[in-house]
Design a protein around this ligand. Sequence first.
Ligand code: GLN
Length: 285
Amino acid sequence: MRLQALLTQARHQLIESLHLAEREAAIEAQMLLRHTLGGVSRAWLISHDEQALTPVQAESFQALLSRRLRGEPVAYLLGQQEFYGMVYSVTPEVLIPRPDTETLVEAALAHIPADKPSRVLDLGTGSGAIAIAIAAHRPRALVTAVDRSHEALKVAAENAAKLGTNNLKLFQSDWFSGLSGDRFDVIVSNPPYVAEGDPHLQQGDLRFEPQTALASGPDGLNDIRIILENAPAYLLPGGWLLLEHGYDQPAKVASMMLNAGWKQVSHATDLAGIERVTLGKNPRD
Ligand code: GLN
């Protein structure tokens, strides 16, 4: 079968099985085929669509496609995901970086000076995407990134090395447990924030992602509570905390912060206009 026909067939199967929109299905079919062909460009694929796959290629494409049709996320099948202009390795040990989280990076960068040294902490770094994006855009900052999971830290270390990050320190810590006496100008986190019984955990990509990176108690706020309680002791005077949270949590997180004395509490919105991030200034100032 020629590439063109193969793509059309795969697109139809993706629409049928996963209820993807036409365009998304077309993009995914191309991504899977490009990966099968050793990472050829989209332009190559389009200009060679009269060619056929070898039997070995055809078999590995079908294997990849059937895993996708059973719901496995594209990012895990390809082993990579683009985030904030860079491509990260991802494995099922880490949450897949999402466009929503670029809002957190943007908001953090607005609080980190480009022209002088500062100290930044990323809690629960996973693939390292947030920490590495910040480190890349603020070469004068020293970024510390921690995670409870050793497996996640391996992925983050691989990404840091691959992307040439040299202002990043990675180490194992369950939230603040391993951070003796360190203080930071900016603390960021995309913690787990989905409520334990939320049906979304049984849908789409989330089914295949680490549940410990997604779910956080009956209201989804257990980890955010822990972070809010402990963060002031790790902030320098004038320091900021920025937290990503669910689309339905901005008011709750803001009132938790205001009750605990955080200053200048506000939100940052994602591309869809949803208040995805809540930030505040050191309550001990
Ligand atoms: N944004 C993710 C989702 O709901 C959740 C990520 C998280 O819990 N930090 O799809």
